[in-house]
Design a protein around this ligand. Structure first.
Ligand SMILES: *[C@@H]1O[C@H](CO)[C@@H](O)[C@H](O)[C@H]1NC(C)=O
Ligand SMILES: *[C@@H]1O[C@H](CO)[C@@H](O)[C@H](O)[C@H]1NC(C)=O
Length: 362
């Protein structure tokens, strides 16, 4: 059998790529990003003392109930660098679950909507930032629940997998939609304009003080304990082969390229050494069922450097009941009174009279 030169070089390139796949930096921060909203509520560390916080605390088990929403996987159906959306939006969803006392079906928020509509502000499959996600949701005024816009791991610049064949534009249908029946039976997909959604009330970035990491950890623990999980940056390089246990390796860079969520902390029974309980978005087959534990207090892998939090504003608990085909949930066209735009009216009058004159002459 004979292999062409071109085929051989493609094969070689594939082998090299497979052995040393490069990690993509999924953290992209806009120059004009606003990392803190206006704050109306006091920050939890201002009213919870470090010494009064428990040795271990996790939203996975508070008096026997879990307040965590489902584990996610940003990398399927095809690779997408949307960690920033997963870490920040899952933490926001957890906080809604906490507010609801873990009652009822979990409210899962649409990450795909943020990819469709926030690609210039929050991020895309090629990176983004946690505070920018909260900034985007706050300024847009809503994030739909994901039953009307499920995750497909594509944004408008993606070419991997099926992404070049799907529509990820920020249209009304790219926000929320429904499909009524098979196209062959006369069905169609339409936008839904009135949909269950959640909002962001306040958000911020916890100050990192290199000379007082204990103080920084106090702020992070108080925030988690009082209000719920937070989003955190991390250097993902050393954890791609993490296989369980408390990660304690020092000496790795604290420059970060990935975003995760911190849902609580624990302490080793023998040593008393504290660790963060971190939820990743690489599927439940990674780490400890999708989670990892990482030693606290040393800014290991940059975990304590850029912690973002957000509080939910309102969230829909009673939906407006849409018909299956959505016809009663599509906005009415607004009446535009011609008297409100006199310039256009005069232009139209002139054009009409000009045409008329031309007709007479012709
Ligand atoms: C949210 O996701 C969880 C886990 O997949 C699921 O059990 C729950 O029903 C979802 N909620 C809704 C309203 O779809
Ligand atoms: C968001 O939900 C609220 C009710 O929780 C509703 O009043 C509002 O119209 C919804 N927004 C959209 C854009 O559907």
């Amino acid at each position: 059998m004979f292999l062409s030169r071109a085929l051989l070089s493609t094969l070689a390139a594939t082998l090299i790529a497979a052995s040393s796949a490069e990690r993509y930096n999924e953290i992209k921060i806009r120059d004009d990003a606003i990392h803190n909203s206006e704050l109306k509520s006091p920050l939890p560390h201002s009213y919870i003392e470090l010494g009064s916080l428990p040795d271990s605390f996790s939203w996975a088990d508070v008096d026997g109930s879990s307040y965590l929403t489902h584990s996610l996987n940003q990398h399927v159906p095809q690779y997408c660098g949307s960690c920033w959306a997963h870490g920040s939006i899952s933490s926001l969803a957890d906080r809604i679950k906490i507010a609801r006392g873990a009652q009822g079906d979990d409210i899962n928020l649409s990450i795909q909507f943020v990819l469709n509509c926030g690609s210039e502000t929050a991020g895309s499959c090629h990176g983004g930032y946690h505070t920018s996600t909260y900034e985007f949701i706050k300024s847009t005024g809503y994030i739909p629940y994901d039953t009307c816009q499920p995750y497909i791991a594509c944004s408008k610049e993606s070419t991997d997998g099926f992404c070049s064949h799907v529509d990820t534009t920020c249209s009304a249908g790219g926000t929320c939609k429904t499909c009524d029946t098979f196209a062959g039976m006369g069905g169609a997909c339409t936008e839904i304009d009135y949909f269950p959604n959640a909002t962001v009330a306040e958000y911020g970035l916890i100050d990192f003080d290199e000379d007082n990491i204990e103080g920084t950890c106090h702020k992070i623990m108080a925030e988690i304990f009082a209000r719920g999980p937070v989003a955190a940056t991390i250097n993902a390089e050393p954890i791609v082969k993490y296989a369980g246990g408390v990660y304690t390796e020092t000496g790795h860079p604290t420059e970060t390229n990935h975003i995760v969520a911190i849902v609580g902390w624990g302490a080793c029974p023998k040593t008393g050494k504290k660790y963060w309980i971190v939820r990743n978005s690489w599927g439940q087959y990674w780490g400890e069922m999708g989670y990892m534990r990482l030693e606290m207090g040393k800014n290991l892998l940059g975990i304590e450097g850029e912690i973002a939090w957000a509080t939910p504003g309102s969230f829909t608990v009673m939906n407006f009941p849409c018909y299956e085909n959505g016809e009663n949930c599509v906005k009415q066209q607004e009446y535009l009174d011609p008297s409100m735009d006199i310039v256009s009216m005069q232009r139209r009058l002139k054009a009409h009279n000009d045409a008329e004159r031309k007709n007479i002459r012709g």
